[in-house]
Every structure is written in structure tokens, then in C-alpha cells.
Design a protein around this ligand. Structure first.
Ligand SMILES: *Cc1c(COP(=O)(O)O)cnc(C)c1O
Length: 553
């Protein structure tokens, strides 16, 4: 007797030997794969572009296991197949388990179209258990259809949150199916899993090995152009799928792009964006109620809204005038269109096209910087038009406190995280955070419209700091002051002027500071607060005047 899951896989998949590809260079002299010994110009040899990558890059697989297992007990790297998007995972599932002309899959339309496309390519049958009129999943219908189809129904594709309807599936429906149909793969497509509060079904794999979860980096993690998605499953399922997955599916530049975008330091940036994304989904949903074209807005737990439209042709004309594209589903779903949630500014334009009166505010000045070196890994996000908070983690308590004071007094929100080589000392962390912060602020300022030249006096008990800033585009820093001690917490006092020097460099500002006092902590803090106070009016947007006689800063 063949054991599960081999008994549900295609015979052919069991019978052939897996293609053997070396993949992944070691320190050995590699004369085994007909590669070039030279790196391609102009790339540095450290990129390893002349060597085949690993079949499943170890570091990437571990990172993704960690990403998707973070809120669960654990997902092990062997439970992950990394492919070119979740799309490839869907295709590989079909090719691994569905015999042409014999086996079938179950889908619940309206849903993501690629399940049926892959079934058609593979020559598998398609059993449909449509969603109810309100687009909820019909557990009894799915159950009946699966019983009827019997053992040849190899895979049930359940999308949650569902594309294009935006709703999630009841946990109980999924668990019942897992229990009742142990010989069928229950695939939960969680391409929009980051946008819902509902828990991932990856947690159920330990109990029900027939569960497969699909995730993608294309939506929430902004990597659609990089093409990476995963299947998460029992290692025995993954082993079969890896036999079918073509060799070397993850190019080295792709791995590098993902590792950078998912670096621990970048995660607070993703969190901040997701929060904004969800609040925009609420805002746009509410605002669309006033649109003359919108009859119904379906509640969504994804980054899009399904709309029931009236006067579709006129709406499309209005959208064209604003150069906005949305997805028209009317050929398959009467009067339905799907609107993706974009940035606040993009959403305002879309709302205007929908005939909703919106106050078009100037775009929020958001700046981001990512800086990775051998010494530090830093992500920064600032919003000059929002002072609603900070999330700062540099690993140096005193420095977090100083940066918090700078942002608070500067009237901007600041997300900054840094993983640095603190085991050596604080120098690289302090300097590199200053450089990255300056870059992010400069990015947010854009053409510097409305920015100006300002100064501030900050007394703190015995201390007095005088700070003046000119956002001139030219970097300069002058510091006058003597600290009575070498350290404030884990923060070396000599790093205080060095912070302002580094910041001035990437911000493109002249910063002048004079500080006197007898307490080092007070003196450093007064300098940071003073810079914040000086920057606050400089960052403030009053109309679009540029405070320079030359008209450009
Ligand atoms: C976008 C999408 C996918 C495909 O994601 P990629 O990783 O970009 O291939 C899969 N499933 C659903 C429901 C999607 O909307």
C-alpha cells in the first residue's frame, strides 16, 4: 500500500527520479555545473551571479518560515515551497496531484481565476460550489459537491479573504472539510492574509496534514515585480511538490530583494503601511457611500473593495478622465467592479472620479530610507504632516529617547528601527541612524516647497541650547559646547555633535548648535529638542511659498 500523501499524487510524479541540480555554491572549486568562473560585468563577484542558486535558497526559506510562523507555534523551513509567486504554487499543486482527464479540483466562484486556468492547462476537471448571494461560503454545498465527486477530487481551493469579494471563510467550514476529506488537499489561499484580523490556517497543518496554505509577497509586502510566493504544508506534501517545481526558480537578485525588503529592521515600516492601508479601506468605503455610481459596497478584509455599480459606462468615462483604472467584473459578475486601495492621495483621486466631493489635501510628505551595511541594518519612515507617534528601536535606550524628543518637538511621526553592531560600540548605530534619518527627511521634503529657515532656544534647568537650521541643500554643522562627562547612559557624548554632522550631511542642511550646562544628559537632550523645535516651523507647510530669493532651495 502506498502511504499518504503518495497515494493521492500522480503516479508519474512518484515514479520518476527527481531532477538533480546542484544549486548553491560552496567554498569548493566548482567545476561541476558548467558555470562561468567570472562574475558578469559590472556586478561585484560577491553577488555570486555566475553560480546557480540553491533550488530553495536556505536563508530565504528560513526567513519566510519565520515570517509566516511568527504568530504560530512554528513553521519549519521544510514546510515551505518558495516559488515564482503563489501562482506557481497553484500550478505545481495541480501538476503534482491531478491526473489529466481523471482528477478534478473544487472552486467556489466568484473567486481567483487562476485555479481554473491551471486545471484547464493540466486537463483536470473543475467542480464548482458557488458562494451564496451575499458571497459567504456555503459549507453544506461544498461538502455535498466533494462527496459527490469522490476520490478523484484532489484539491479544494478556498480563498480567504476571497478575491474579488473580500470576505473570509468560516473557520468551522474549513475544519469540517479537513476532517471529512483527509484524502483531499484543502488549500487556503491567504494572498490577502495580512489585511485581515482572522488567523492564518497555517496553524491547523499540525493537526490536519491535508491543509496547504498559500501566501504571497506581492500584495502586502510590495514585491509584485519580484515574484515570490509560498506554499506552506506538511513536509511530505512539499517534498512531492519540489519534485515538480522547475530547477532554480528563485534567481539570486530575487532572493536579495526579498531579504532586504523583509529585513527585521524593515518590518516596522510594513506594519505602519498596513495600518494606514486598513484605515484607508475604512475611509474610502465610507466616502463611496456618497458616490452616485455605487449601489453597494461589500465589506472587505483585503486591500480592495468590491462594488455594485450603477451607470457603469459613465463611471468608466469619469475614471478615464482622471486616468484611474479599476477592475471591471461585469462580464462574469453583473454590475460588479473592484477598486484596489492605494495611497491616500491616489484614493482621493479615485474618489473624485467616483463623483465624491473630497477636499484634495496636498500629499502627505512621507519619506522612507533603508540603509544596510555590514555594520547596521536600518529602516526609517517619517511623515512630516502627521505627529501621531513614534516607534523607535535602535538598541540604545538613551538614543531612542533622544530621537523621540527630536520627532516630538519637530512635529513629525517617526518609525525607525536599527539592528546594529552594538557589541562593538554605539558609534555605527548612532551615525548610520542619523544618516538614514536625514535621507528620509530629505525624501519627505521633496522640492522643499513651504520649508524655511528657523532656530530655537531650549532651556533645561541649568542647560541652554541654541539651535539654528537652514534647509539650504548644503550640508554644514557647527557645534560649540563642552560636555562635563563622557557618557549619557550607553550614549557617548562625543557622538552628539557627530549625530548632527551626519544628519546635516544627508538632510542637506546647515545646523548650528551652541550648548552650555553642567549635566551631560540635559545638554544632549536640549540639543535634540532644540533641533526638533527649529525643524518644526521649517517643516511646516504654509501654502507653497519657497523661502528663498532664488526660488529654489
Ligand atoms: C494575487 C493573488 C495570487 C497570486 O499571487 P502571486 O504571488 O503574485 O502569484 C494568488 N491568489 C490570490 C487570491 C491572489 O489575489
Amino acid at each position: 500500500m502506498t502511504q499518504w500523501p503518495d497515494n493521492i499524487a500522480r503516479r508519474a510524479v512518484l515514479e520518476f527520479q527527481a531532477y538533480s541540480a546542484r544549486g548553491g555554491a560552496t567554498d569548493a572549486l566548482h567545476l561541476d555545473a558548467n558555470e562561468s568562473p567570472w562574475s558578469p560585468p559590472p556586478v561585484q563577484s560577491t553577488d555570486g551571479f555566475n553560480r546557480y542558486p540553491e533550488q530553495q535558497p536556505t536563508g530565504l526559506r528560513a526567513r519566510l518560515a519565520d515570517l509566516y510562523g511568527a504568530r504560530l507555534e512554528q513553521i519549519r523551513p521544510e514546510q515551505i515551497m518558495v516559488g515564482r509567486g503563489a501562482d506557481e504554487a497553484i500550478e505545481v499543486l495541480l501538476r503534482t496531484f491531478c491526473e489529466a482527464g481523471q482528477d478534478s479540483i473544487l472552486v467556489c466562484p466568484p473567486t481567483f481565476g487562476y485555479y481554473a486556468t491551471c486545471a484547464n492547462i493540466q486537463g483536470a476537471g473543475i467542480v464548482e460550489a458557488p458562494l451564496r448571494a451575499d458571497f459567504s461560503y456555503d459549507g453544506n454545498l461544498i461538502n455535498d459537491k466533494m462527496r459527490e465527486a469522490g476520490g478523484s477530487l484532489k484539491i479544494a481551493f478556498l480563498c480567504s479573504p476571497n478575491n474579488p469579494t473580500g470576505n473570509v471563510i468560516d473557520v468551522k467550514i474549513v475544519l469540517d472539510l479537513c476532517k471529512n476529506f483527509p484524502q483531499t488537499l484543502i488549500v487556503i489561499d491567504e494572498a490577502y492574509g495580512e489585511f485581515t484580523e482572522a488567523a492564518s490556517f497555517a496553524a491547523t497543518i499540525a493537526k490536519y496534514p491535508n491543509v496547504v496554505v498559500l501566501r504571497t509577497l506581492s500584495k502586502a509586502y510590495a514585491l509584485a515585480g519580484v515574484r515570490v510566493g509560498v506554499a506552506i504544508a506538511d513536509p511530505r506534501i512539499i517534498t512531492l511538490m519540489l519534485k515538480v517545481l522547475p530547477p532554480y526558480p528563485i534567481p539570486r537578485p530575487v532572493e536579495q530583494a526579498v531579504m532586504a525588503a523583509l529585513a527585521p529592521a524593515a518590518m516596522p515600516v510594513h506594519t505602519a503601511r498596513l495600518k494606514l492601508w486598513k484605515s484607508e479601506r475604512e475611509r474610502v468605503g465610507k466616502a463611496l457611500k456618497a458616490s452616485p455610481y455605487v449601489r453597494k459596497i461589500y465589506p472587505s478584509e483585503a486591500n480592495f473593495l468590491l462594488l455594485d455599480i450603477e451607470g457603469g459606462e459613465k463611471l468608466l468615462q469619469a475614471l478615464a478622465k482622471y486616468q484611474v483604472k479599476i477592475r471591471d467584473f461585469r462580464s462574469s459578475l453583473p454590475s460588479k467592479m473592484r477598486l484596489s486601495i492605494g495611497s491616500p492621495e491616489e484614493n482621493d483621486i479615485a474618489l473624485a472620479a467616483f463623483g465624491v466631493e473630497v477636499e484634495i489635501k496636498p500629499a502627505a510628505r512621507i519619506g522612507e530610507a533603508h540603509r544596510t551595511t555590514k555594520e547596521t541594518d536600518i529602516a526609517v519612515r517619517v511623515n512630516l504632516d502627521d505627529s501621531c507617534g513614534t516607534a523607535i528601536d535602535t538598541g540604545i535606550g538613551f538614543y531612542d529617547h533622544m530621537l523621540g524628543a527630536l520627532a516630538k518637538h519637530g512635529g513629525f511621526s517617526l518609525v525607525l528601527s536599527c539592528a546594529g553592531d552594538l557589541e562593538i560600540d554605539a558609534h555605527h548605530t548612532i551615525e548610520d541612524c542619523a544618516l538614514a534619518l536625514g535621507t528620509a527627511l530629505s525624501d519627505a521634503l521633496g522640492d522643499k516647497a513651504g520649508a524655511g529657515r528657523f532656530g530655537a532656544y531650549i532651556p533645561m534647568d541649568e542647560t541652554l541650547a541654541k539651535v539654528a537650521v537652514d534647509l539650504s541643500g548644503r550640508a554644514a554643522m557647527v557645534f560649540k559646547g563642552e560636555f562635563p562627562s563622557d557618557m549619557a547612559g550607553e550614549f557617548p557624548a562625543e557622538m552628539c555633535p557627530h549625530f548632527f554632522e551626519s544628519l546635516a550631511q544627508t538632510l542637506g542642511a546647515s545646523i548650528h548648535i551652541e550648548v552650555s550646562g553642567t549635566n551631560t544628559h540635559h545638554m544632549i537632550e536640549a540639543c535634540f529638542k532644540g533641533l526638533g523645535r527649529a525643524l518644526a516651523p521649517a517643516f511646516k507647510r504654509d501654502g507653497a511659498d519657497i523661502a528663498s530669493t532664488k526660488g529654489v532651495l
